[in-house]
Design a binder for this molecule. Sequence first.
Ligand SMILES: NC(=O)c1ccc[n+]([C@@H]2O[C@H](COP(=O)([O-])OP(=O)(O)OC[C@H]3O[C@@H](n4cnc5c(N)ncnc54)[C@H](OP(=O)(O)O)[C@@H]3O)[C@@H](O)[C@H]2O)c1
Length: 247
Amino acid sequence: MESVGRDGARGGAGTVKRVCIVGASGKLGRHMVRHALDRGHEVVGVCRQQSVGKLAEFEGRITVLPGATDDRAVIARAVEGCDAVLTVLAPWGMDHYASGTAQAVLDHARPGARLVFSCGWHITHDGKDVYPLRLKAFVALFGRLAKLARVVDLDDQVEACRRIFASDSRWTVVRGSDLEEGESQGLPVWSRHVGDPVLASNLTRRVDFALFMVEALERDELVREAPAIVGRLTPSALAHASAERAA
Ligand SMILES: NC(=O)c1ccc[n+]([C@@H]2O[C@H](COP(=O)([O-])OP(=O)(O)OC[C@H]3O[C@@H](n4cnc5c(N)ncnc54)[C@H](OP(=O)(O)O)[C@@H]3O)[C@@H](O)[C@H]2O)c1
């Protein structure tokens, strides 16, 4: 285990947990590390060897295990003793990276561990999502071109989620809208189905996507749910909140 260190600091809101973050060096991953540390969790991060330097800001505060996130041996070591695993599901390449990552986490996390995975709105849990035409066209076109170029395999991210949905673990699959950078606006709001009016704005700050992933660890109502999220200050979320207040 390569160490960027770990000080075992405890404290902060909620129950302190030992949390593994798979894909810790990416944009979403690093936001999740910050939120997890803010809450006093102990963090073990997994990232590719060439990306370890991207976690330098956390030196001394987290443990880093370098390796491909679909490397079963790496994941087995990383999740050992963890109460929770936050996984960035990334459909890179044509070697079943996303499904291999998900399967490794499902197989090696301890029974009863809280498992939270990230993906996009294009994933459907129960087939009842109603997608905007623009999103359907983008996924169809981008998916086909990316697969032809052998860069990204969206079908494998679908397969990864199919396996998660079929598992009897304590999973949550957080489905992100379009993302933007910027200061946190607070915890995103969520709904079961894309097409629900509250989600119409289709925009979330990346920092808040990560916040929702970490918050999900404390929310039992999200177990075996696939929440689709949107920023809480977006027009559709604000309109929904004021309609609820009026009702
Ligand atoms: N981007 C969007 O607009 C969007 C929208 C909705 C949902 N999402 C979801 O959000 C999550 C991550 O999104 P993000 O845009 O914020 O990306 P990100 O945090 O940068 O994460 C990408 C992950 O993929 C890894 N990666 C990059 N290139 C790779 C390669 N060639 N082979 C293997 N791994 C590679 C990165 O690791 P390194 O640090 O090692 O490069 C990182 O862990 C995904 O689950 C995605 O489905 C994204």
